[in-house]
Design a protein around this ligand. Structure first.
Ligand code: ADP
Ligand code: MG
Length: 243
């Protein structure tokens, strides 16, 4: 595989490894993001993309699987939400609302809620419905919301499996699967749950869905997870990432 180093003096080093690497973008408008989404990005106060966004957005928009490592606070959430929402809204027809098309798994309720609100901001004014599910509270409110339809589902692994077991959710419609904060997810003991989700009989297979993994570090267990669930993926690191 070819390795490209975009490192410049006084800049954070950026490394992308893999074949056919798309060029990084300089502004959100360079990425072929439609005006509707650009307006929502502007309204959320984002003027220029962060380094991870400059590199990850064209990769996701090109339909590639991605393993991306960058430190906390670097803007990973928008790096996947913007190209995903843009892709869904680029379809000629409205997507069915009966089962999720996008699954985003994140380890904590706080992170799930942050991603959910960010997804709602970028999808605001469109037909897309976002739902969040997490443990630690009664699930009836969350399942009622799901029952009203969901295109983009943001979930913690445990509660998600609980809903899958009760047949509230299946993964037949998944076009994008995102494993956010993969290192924390594994540190918190969610490996088995994540594997059950990704290996679920209803899950759209690797290579047919697009799979994205984000992590602050690239430890052995994260590498193993990436090797299992990503297909011909690009490996992007921003800054110096510990293993
Ligand atoms: P990470 O997941 O890498 O820890 P987040 O996606 O949570 O980072 O983003 C960290 C903070 O930076 C959030 O408050 C987010 O709203 C803000 N942010 C992200 N991208 C941009 C941008 N392009 N311009 C301005 N603020 C941004
Ligand atoms: Mg994050």
């Amino acid at each position: 595989a070819a390795g490209v180093n975009f490192c410049k003096l006084n800049e954070i080093p950026v490394t992308v490894i893999g074949d056919n690497i798309p060029q990084p973008i300089k502004s959100f408008a360079d990425a072929g993001i439609q005006q509707f989404v650009l307006d929502n990005i502007g309204r959320s106060g984002y003027e220029v993309p962060t380094s991870i966004q400059k590199n990850a957005i064209p990769i996701v928009s090109a339909g590639r699987d991605l393993m991306a490592c960058a430190q906390t606070g670097s803007g990973k959430t928008a790096a996947f939400l913007i190209p995903i929402i843009n892709a869904l809204l680029s379809d000629e027809q409205e997507l069915s609302v009966g089962r999720p098309h996008v699954l985003i798994i994140s380890p904590t309720r706080e992170l799930v809620t942050q991603i959910y609100y960010e997804a709602k901001k970028f999808a605001a004014g469109s037909y897309l419905k976002c739902c969040q599910i997490y443990g630690g509270t009664v699930s009836s409110h969350q399942s009622a919301n799901l029952g009203r339809g969901c295109h983009i589902l943001v979930a913690t692994p445990g509660r998600l499996l609980d809903f899958v077991d009760r047949s509230y959710i299946d993964f037949r419609g998944i076009r994008f699967a995102v494993l956010d904060e993969a290192d924390r997810m594994l540190d918190m003991g969610f490996q088995e749950s994540v594997e059950k989700i990704m290996n679920h009989p209803t899950m759209v297979p690797t290579g047919t869905r697009q799979t994205l993994m984000f992590s602050a570090t690239f430890a052995e267990d994260v590498k193993t997870l990436a090797a299992k669930y990503l297909h011909e993926y690009l490996f992007l690191t921003i800054g110096v990432v510990g293993g």
